[in-house]
Design a protein around this ligand. Sequence first.
Ligand SMILES: [Fe+2]
Ligand SMILES: [Fe+2]
Length: 218
Amino acid sequence: MDRAQRQVIATAEMHWLASPVAGVMRKPLEREAAESGQVTSIVRYEAGTFFSAHQHPEGEEILVLSGTFEDEHGRYPAGSYFRNPPGSSHSPGSSEGCELLVKLNMFQPDDLQPVNIATTTEAWLPGLVDGLSVMPLHQYNGEQTALVRWQPGTRFSRHRHAGGEEIYVIDGVFEDEHGRYGPGSWLRSPDNSEHQPFSEQGCTIWVKTGHLTHLLRK
Ligand SMILES: [Fe+2]
Ligand SMILES: [Fe+2]
């Protein structure tokens, strides 16, 4: 949880840990406490797992990585991104099973807008350099979340992360001067850190920036 430290985790190499709910396994990436507070984790629902209704006091943010997640509001196949704001509630589950990237209890208190985006059908926008495409997912008071697609051989300029940066590599290999990050890699870079990213092979990444400072102030 020390957000002043850079963290890189190859989640594909982690073991699944049991959760208090039968049929739900987890790979914790950062967490304040075992079952409460701010937590980022990869979560797997075995086929046929369903929860009773729960609330999200400080919000829930989910990217469906594989399979299909569902609740009483709909079915969300791989590539679905959604944000259940503070005050929302639902009964989630999965008939066929699924894997999710989940961030709990990290909403800014006044960010109350629900978000539900099917990234498999949403349009990509041109990025800042040739070979880069961007799909904005969410933006609020300095915090920005997007998918970014890198064509093979794309190089980005050196940049500084005001408020930090968090990346999950969905496919391909993302790179910078510190290393190579394959599918399932999770990176958290602190406020004011710098790097010069590129991708020889091409990749698709989920990126969130500007959020670490408001989380530190909590
Ligand atoms: Fe939930
Ligand atoms: Fe960056």
